[in-house]
Design a protein around this ligand. Structure first.
Ligand code: AMP
Ligand code: MG
Length: 473
C-alpha cells in the first residue's frame, strides 16, 4: 500500500505533525470488510498483525505522515474560534484501483495541540457506537465516513465512570469540515484560506473549475450533497445530535457519531443528545440546522461569493431537501411517482404514527403486507389512512407484488436502535464481541430477512427507550 499526504503537504498551516500514542495490549474488536474492500484490503490483511498495529497506533505504513488538524466551528449557535482534532490523527491517503483517494484517520490516538481539556482518548462504548453507525448508514445508502476497524486496549480512562480505551480507524475521501474554512476566515488568514479553497476545488470539485465562479459552483454542490444527506436522515429516522459546523463535512458525509440515535417511537421533536437542553438539534430541526450551517460556510467563503449570490442557494436547498424527502418516503410506501395529494397522504400517516406513539420503522414495514391483511391487523385509527392509501394505490394501478417488494426494499427490517448498540456494548465491555459482530453483519443488509436475526428486528423493551446518551465519549 502506498500513501500520500496531500492535506498536510498542501495545507501545512492547518496541520500539526505528530505520532499516535499507542494502545496498550491491543485487541481487534471488529472490522468492516465492506470498508476494507474500498481500499483493496482483504480479510486476511484485516486480521493480521499489520492491521492490528495500524489500528492501535503502534505502527505506520511507509509514506504515512500522521497529523492533527485545526478547525473552528459554531457549537450550539456560538462560535468557538479554535477546535481541531483533539483526539484524532490523519494518517495519510491511499489510492484504490479505481484511482479514488481515501484518507485514513485514527480516532482515540492521544493528545494533540487541540485537545483542550480532553485526554485525547476514545472509549470502547463510543467507538462501538461510531463503528456500528458508520457501517449501518453506508448500508442504508447514506453518505458517511466509514469505519475500517475497531481496537480496544487494556488501559482505562475516566468518563462518568472508568471505561476501556479504544481506537477507531475511519476512512473518508476527505475529513474536511465547514469548520476548517471558518477557522481560517475568522483568523483572517487570507492566503491559507485561498489555498484550502483551491485544494478542495482541484481535488474534490474539479468540475467546478470551469464555472464562471468556481467557489459558488462548489458551494452549490455542498448545498446539494448536504440536502440529500439530511433528507435521508429524516427518511431513515436518524438524529445526529451534534450538528455543530465542525461536525459538517464539505463532501456531505455524515461525520462524528456521538450521541446520535435512530428513532424508535415516532416523535418528530425527539432530542437524542442528553446535553442538548433546548432541543436545538431535535430530529425535526435538522433540515433547518443544515441550512443555518451552510450559511455559516457561505460566510466563511464570502471573499469569493458575495452574499447576494448565495440567496438562490437557500431556496435551492429547501427545494432539494423536500424533493429528496418526498421521493424517499414515497418509495417507503411502495409507490414511485409523486402526486400532489401525496403531501397529505404522507402528512396524515406521520400524524397517525406520532399520535399512536408507534414505532417509526415497524409502522412503515407493516405496510408490506397483503392489503386485506393490513386492514385487519392495524388498529382502528389507521383505517381512515389505509382507505386513502388503498385509493391511491388503485388510482395509480400499483401492482400489489411491486408495492410489497418496494416497501421491503426501502424500509429496513433491522435498524441500529440504541438498545441494540447498548447490548452489544455491555457484552463487549465484558470481553465478548459476538453480539457486536453479529449486529454489524445484520445491519450490512438491513432490508433482507436473515436467519437467527429475529431478535435484532424487535422494537426496544421499555428500558431501551429511555437510554440517555450524552456528548461525553
Ligand atoms: P465532538 O463532540 O466529538 O465533535 O468533539 C468536539 C471537539 O472536542 C473536537 O475538537 C474534538 O476533537 C474534541 N474532543 C472531544 N473529546 C475529546 C477528548 N477525549 N480528548 C480531546 N479532545 C476531545
Ligand atoms: Mg466533532
Amino acid at each position: 500500500m502506498e500513501f500520500v499526504n496531500r492535506f498536510s503537504n498542501e495545507l501545512p498551516e492547518l496541520c500539526h505533525q505528530q505520532q499516535p500514542t499507542p494502545l496498550k495490549d491491543p485487541e481487534l474488536v471488529a472490522y468492516s470488510q465492506a470498508a476494507a474492500e474500498l481500499i483493496g484490503l482483504d480479510s486476511e490483511f484485516m486480521q493480521g498483525e499489520l492491521a492490528l498495529g495500524l489500528s492501535a497506533g503502534k505502527l505506520l505504513i511507509e509514506g504515512m505522515q500522521p497529523a492533527s488538524t485545526v478547525y473552528a466551528g459554531h457549537q450550539f449557535g456560538g462560535y468557538s474560534p479554535q477546535l481541531g482534532d483533539g483526539r484524532a490523527l490523519l494518517l495519510g491517503e491511499t489510492v484504490n484501483e479505481q484511482g479514488e483517494y481515501w484518507e485514513l484517520q485514527l480516532k482515540g490516538s492521544g493528545l494533540t495541540p487541540f485537545s483542550r481539556q480532553g485526554d485525547g482518548k476514545a472509549v470502547l462504548r463510543s467507538s462501538i457506537r461510531e463503528f456500528l453507525a458508520s457501517e449501518a448508514m453506508a448500508a442504508l445508502g447514506i453518505a458517511t465516513t466509514r469505519a475500517l476497524s475497531l481496537t480496544v486496549g487494556s488501559g482505562l480512562v475516566q468518563r462518568e465512570r472508568f471505561e476501556k480505551e479504544a481506537m477507531l480507524l475511519r476512512m473518508a475521501p476527505s475529513h474536511i469540515r465547514f469548520g476548517h474554512f471558518e477557522y481560517l476566515y475568522y483568523q483572517q488568514q487570507t492566503q491559507p484560506l485561498k489555498r484550502l479553497v483551491d485544494f478542495c476545488l482541484s481535488h474534490y470539485f474539479s468540475d467546478c473549475l470551469t464555472a464562471e465562479n468556481p467557489v459558488l459552483a462548489m458551494l452549490e454542490q455542498v448545498v446539494d450533497s448536504t440536502a440529500l444527506m439530511i433528507a435521508k436522515w429524516q427518511a431513515e429516522g436518524f438524529c445526529h445530535g451534534v450538528m455543530n459546523t465542525d461536525n459538517m463535512s464539505i463532501l456531505g458525509l455524515t461525520i462524528d457519531y456521538g450521541p446520535y440515535g435512530f428513532l424508535d417511537d415516532y416523535n418528530p421533536r425527539h432530542v437524542c443528545n442528553h446535553s442538548d437542553h433546548y432541543g436545538r438539534y431535535a430530529f425535526n430541526q435538522q433540515p433547518a440546522v443544515g441550512l443555518w450551517n451552510l450559511q455559516r460556510l457561505a460566510q466563511a467563503l464570502s471573499d469569493y461569493v458575495p452574499s447576494a449570490k448565495t440567496e438562490p442557494l437557500w431556496i435551492r436547498y429547501q427545494q432539494k431537501i423536500n424533493q429528496h424527502y418526498q421521493q424517499l418516503m414515497l418509495n417507503k410506501l411502495g409507490l414511485s411517482q409523486w402526486q400532489d395529494d401525496d403531501e397529505q397522504l404522507l402528512g396524515l400517516l406521520l400524524k397517525v404514527i406520532a399520535e399512536q406513539k408507534a414505532d417509526y420503522h415497524q409502522s412503515l414495514r407493516a405496510l408490506a403486507q397483503d392489503q386485506n391483511q393490513l386492514t385487519k391487523q392495524l388498529p382502528d385509527v389507521w383505517q381512515a389512512w389505509l382507505k386513502l392509501y388503498r385509493q391511491r394505490c388503485q388510482q395509480s394501478d400499483v401492482d400489489e407484488q411491486q408495492r410489497i417488494s418496494g416497501i421491503q426494499q426501502h424500509v429496513p427490517l433491522y435498524v441500529l436502535r440504541n438498545y441494540l448498540a447498548q447490548q452489544a456494548i455491555e457484552q463487549a465491555e465484558d470481553g465478548s464481541y459476538a453480539q457486536l459482530r453479529q449486529l454489524h453483519q445484520v445491519l450490512n443488509t438491513p432490508f433482507t430477512e436473515q436467519v437467527d436475526a429475529q431478535h435484532f428486528a424487535a422494537p426496544p423493551p421499555a428500558w431501551g427507550k429511555c437510554l440517555e446518551i450524552s456528548c461525553s465519549s
